[in-house]
Design a protein around this ligand. Structure first.
Ligand code: TMP
Length: 217
């Protein structure tokens, strides 16, 4: 008989990575593995984990006519989506004692708007603090892939998205930014080589996640 693991309290887990790192399919796979072990899981995503976040995501689709968005406005749009998402989805799930697995969160803003766009990391940390009501991720899997590989995987999709269409140098800064965040917080952020075949990426990510979850029980 499988005994359902019960978390003493909810936990916020995040998945991060550049374009084409396979986050979404890994998020599905990891949520299934957790559920199979009896965890109650809320799988969600940013920026479009709420209706408001869907509108924010739309701003970056070229179908909207290519609205020019300044870096500061971009930061605040993602922060607005996050504030809504934390209050509407994440906190209620944590209060129910669930594990929340979130595809992109605060590190995305540090990597893209900070390292990518060059905005102050201190300012972004302050904005993240306000947006989340001081709710940091407890554990993060960073799916690391060279941007050349990631962008080639996404080629058809990224044409519709203004951030995805940024230069290779921009995506290289994002990648380096993520790796720098992982060096700063090696206990929280586990780096997984996402250029490997999908099943191997899932296996490696799951090993890290399981080790973290085992400590919570
Ligand atoms: P997605 O491709 O994972 O759906 O993410 C949407 C895009 O939004 C992606 O290009 C990364 C970008 N993004 C930021 O630039 N900053 C953020 O804070 C978030 C959440 C996403």
């Amino acid at each position: 008989m499988i005994v359902s693991p019960r978390l003493r309290r909810g936990t916020l887990l995040t998945l991060e990575g550049g374009e084409g790192s396979g986050k979404s399919s890994q998020a599905e796979a990891l949520a299934s593995l957790m559920r199979a072990q009896g965890y109650a899981v809320t799988l969600t995503r940013e920026p479009n984990g709420t209706e408001l976040g869907g509108i924010v995501k739309d701003v970056f689709q070229s179908a909207r006519g290519g609205i020019a968005v300044t870096p500061e406005a971009e930061l605040l749009l993602f922060a607005a989506a996050r504030a809504q998402h934390v209050q509407e989805v994440i906190r209620p799930a944590l209060e129910r004692g669930e594990a929340v697995l979130c595809d992109r969160y605060t590190d995305s803003t540090l990597a893209y708007q900070g390292h990518g766009r060059g905005l102050s990391l201190d300012h972004i940390r302050a904005v993240n603090h306000i947006a989340t009501g001081a709710l940091p991720p407890q554990f993060t899997i960073l799916l690391d892939v060279p941007p050349e590989t990631g962008l080639a995987r996404k080629d058809h999709e990224r044409l519709g998205d203004s951030i995805g269409r940024e230069s290779l140098e921009f995506h290289q800064r994002v990648r380096e930014g993520y790796l720098e965040l992982a060096r700063r917080e090696p206990k929280r952020i586990a780096v997984v080589d996402a250029s490997l075949p999908r099943e191997q990426v899932t296996e490696a990510a799951w090993r890290h996640l399981q080790r973290f979850l085992d400590h919570l029980l």
